[in-house]
Design a protein around this ligand. Sequence first.
Ligand code: C2E
Ligand code: MG
Ligand code: MG
Ligand code: MG
Length: 283
Amino acid sequence: FSLLMGVMCGLLSGLLCYYVLSVRLRPGKEITTAIKRNQFSVVYQPVVDAETLQIRGVEALMRWKHPSAGDIPPDAFINFAEAQQLIVPLTRHLFELIAKDAPVLQTLLPPGAKLGINIAPAHLLADSFQQDLRDLSAMLPPNYFQLVLEITERDMLNQRLAMKLFEWLHHEGYEIAIDDFGTGHSALIYLERFSFDYLKIDRGFVNAIGTETVTSPVLDAVLTLARKMSLVTVAEGVETQEQANWLRQHGVNFLQGYWISRPLTLEKLIEAHAKPENYFTTT
Ligand code: C2E
Ligand code: MG
Ligand code: MG
Ligand code: MG
């Protein structure tokens, strides 16, 4: 029996060790290494005016090309980075990548173009957050881009802190979007409590357009609510012309999605700029 227990304990601690090394330590180390080895890159997804379909801004989205695991989606590595306390260096790295692209971006986008950046909850609450943003602003051409911080509902954990932070952000000239609206909980409370500038309608709602004989009354209600609260609306995940038409007819201000353009590398964005009709077609 004691032998069995010994084997079991050995196995368990082995498993624990394996878990700690592979799940808890290695990905963290890999993220640090990946930053050094330039495995992260940034792509930009156009956001267009729903009426004119002209580009009004881009959302910056991170990519990780892992040498052996291939492309790792941000939904996976952002969570890892947060769990490993590496979200601050990772986001600072993203800021540097954006800053490097900024002089070219400036030639592709109109003045005042919105530059959307996703902010992870752990970063929002980090001590360095305000300084990190100041550093990014200092690296960008002055007064050209309108930075829009995209925050998901689940992120407003510490409400008192977040409210103070929102005041500071607005005072400093940043705009704030509530991202993936409709996927989380207590969304309505957050809308009332925090002064957002943009409401990004989750892809799930947009997907539903055209698939049901009657379009979601929930989406109708969300749009009415946004209008009453003077929030600018952005529809995410627009994949068909039918969806784009419906959204435009219902007063959505901006569109983003594969129907307009996939997220593009800077090189592809330059090509798309040379052929403006690219913004309206699926690539
Ligand atoms: P998000 O901020 O909601 O970004 C939109 C996501 O929808 C992107 O996925 C984009 O590629 C995808 N998308 C855009 N149009 C369409 C469409 O028409 N159809 C479909 N099916 N998908 C579309 P991506 O790039 O994989 O990013 C996933 C999430 O990871 C983002 O969701 C964001 O929450 C997070 N993320 C990405 N980059 C960063 C980053 O630099 N920092 C942080 N903190 N989070 C990031
Ligand atoms: Mg976003
Ligand atoms: Mg989103
Ligand atoms: Mg998302």
